[in-house]
Design a protein around this ligand. Structure first.
Ligand SMILES: Nc1nc2c(c(=O)[nH]1)N[C@H]1C(S)=C(S)[C@@H](COP(=O)(O)OP(=O)(O)OC[C@H]3O[C@@H](n4cnc5c(N)ncnc54)[C@H](O)[C@@H]3O)O[C@H]1N2
Ligand code: MOO
Length: 399
């Protein structure tokens, strides 16, 4: 059985970024930025008011002062007038601050009579002014390459004057669930049917990371059915199979892939859950064969498929798994030769102490209910001795 870190490195070594394209801003959410984005504009481009009110000089901002209103400047219609001492200009939220003014008095604090404004409170220099470039300046780097763009990033790119975004092509990843007992959610099920939770879980993960995840038709545990499914996968950027990876008579995924020309890199790794993981290349397509137990399938996806996808997307992938420190919340027994990823609850602690991590009593790799309640995976190294509550340990947070 191969070591997990070596398996991860061998997978990453075989994956190359899958190219770039340009998309419109409206289609940018969920895509990965291919190069840094710099501001083409400053935001705001000029100093503007953040309130509806009157622009004036701070020297005049005394309670009871009476100022002459020299004009009005709605947002988008700047005034060419200059505010002198003893005068003010009517303006609105987003209006450009006129020359001479250095503060805004909100209209609630002004009594207007004709062209005269009486201040009902004092004010200070700069109040209610958003200065030019307060948010960002032309040329500032707004977003780094490799960023998975969310709604706030799209807003920032728009404000920075971009209508097109250079992004990584969305990798097409096929997810092929296998097994005679597997049915789709909602399908008429026989007494011993198992619902295909695995593929939907993996598709959800891949989509959240920026892939085009494709649910392939279910394949049965026979060479003909698997062959028909595999024959349709050559245009994919990666193929992920679920099930049929172990040693049983009907575990035919590997042999069928090999009949289609798969170059096997490795099969079986020293981890729990996920022992029968398989990796190889079918032509140019990397293939990850995941175990059927759905918890094992997702844990393997987090540890191997997600970094592979990040590499396809041109993102920087850390050499090692990104674990965090924690403290054992309960005693744990000694471990065997497999790196263990135990489903756990996390209890946050105060004073900056690492969280307490408590494994669930059942670690069965088919139990999705416990998996959904888990917040992290506790890593237990191969041959780790029994350890007491309070011992430092490492965890992987679950998405
Ligand atoms: N004699 C041995 N038996 C097994 C070993 C072993 O080393 N020696 N390894 C065990 C381990 S560990 C795992 S993990 C499983 C993995 O087996 P397979 O990858 O061949 O998976 P299947 O047998 O096809 O399925 C296992 C289990 O998961 C259910 N399943 C399958 N696909 C899905 C899906 N898409 N969604 C939900 N559930 C799924 C399937 O019905 C089975 O119950 O092998 C052990 N056996
Ligand atoms: O490795 Mo299996 O994934 O124990 O269930």
């Amino acid at each position: 059985m191969l070591d997990v870190a070596i398996a991860r490195a061998r997978i990453l070594e075989k994956i190359s970024p899958c190219g770039l394209e340009t998309v419109s801003l409206a289609n940018g959410c969920g895509r990965v930025l291919a190069s840094p984005l710099s501001a083409r504009l400053s935001n705001p481009p000029v100093s503007v008011s953040s309130m509806d009110g009157y622009a004036l000089k701070a020297e005049d901002a005394r309670e009871g002062a009476v100022l002459r209103i020299i004009g009005e400047a709605p947002a988008g219609h700047p005034s060419s007038q200059t505010v002198e001492r003893g005068t003010c200009l009517r303006l609105f939220t987003g209006s450009q601050i006129p020359a001479g003014a250095d503060m805004v008095m909100i209209q609630e604090n002004v009594r207007r009579e004709g062209e005269s404004a009486t201040l009902l409170s004092a004010g200070r220099q700069g109040q209610f002014i958003r200065h030019a470039g307060q948010d960002f300046h032309t040329g500032d780097t707004l977003l780094p390459a490799g960023r998975l763009l969310g709604p706030r990033d799209i807003g920032l790119a728009a404000a920075g004057g971009h209508i097109w975004l250079p992004v990584s092509r969305r990798p097409r990843i096929g997810v092929l669930a296998t097994g005679d007992e597997i049915v789709l959610p909602g399908d008429p099920a026989s007494a011993d049917s198992i619902v295909n939770s695995g593929a939907f879980m993996i598709i959800a993960l891949l989509q959240s990371l920026g892939a085009e995840a494709i649910l392939l038709p279910l394949a049965q545990d026979n060479a003909d059915s698997l062959s028909a499914a595999i024959a349709q996968t050559h245009t994919l950027d990666m193929l992920v199979t679920i099930g049929g990876a172990s040693v049983g008579t009907y575990d035919r995924v590997r042999s069928t892939l090999e009949a289609h020309g798969l170059t096997l890199d490795f099969w079986k790794i020293a981890m729990r859950p996920g022992k029968p993981l398989m990796f190889g290349q079918l032509g140019h397509t990397p293939v990850l064969g995941l175990p059927g137990n759905p918890v094992a399938a997702l844990v393997c996806s987090l540890i191997f498929v997600a970094p592979a996808l990040r590499k396809l997307l041109g993102q920087t992938v850390p050499e090692e798994m990104e674990t965090e420190p924690a403290l054992l919340g309960a005693d744990v027994g000694e471990n065997d030769q497999r790196l263990d990823f135990m489903r756990c609850r996390l209890t946050p602690q105060s004073n900056g102490h690492p969280p307490l991590v408590t494994p669930f009593s059942s670690q069965d790799s088919a139990q999705l209910n416990i998996f959904a309640q888990s917040q992290a995976l506790l890593l237990r190294a191969p041959f780790a001795p029994a350890e007491k509550a309070g011992t430092p340990c490492r965890i992987l947070r679950l998405p």
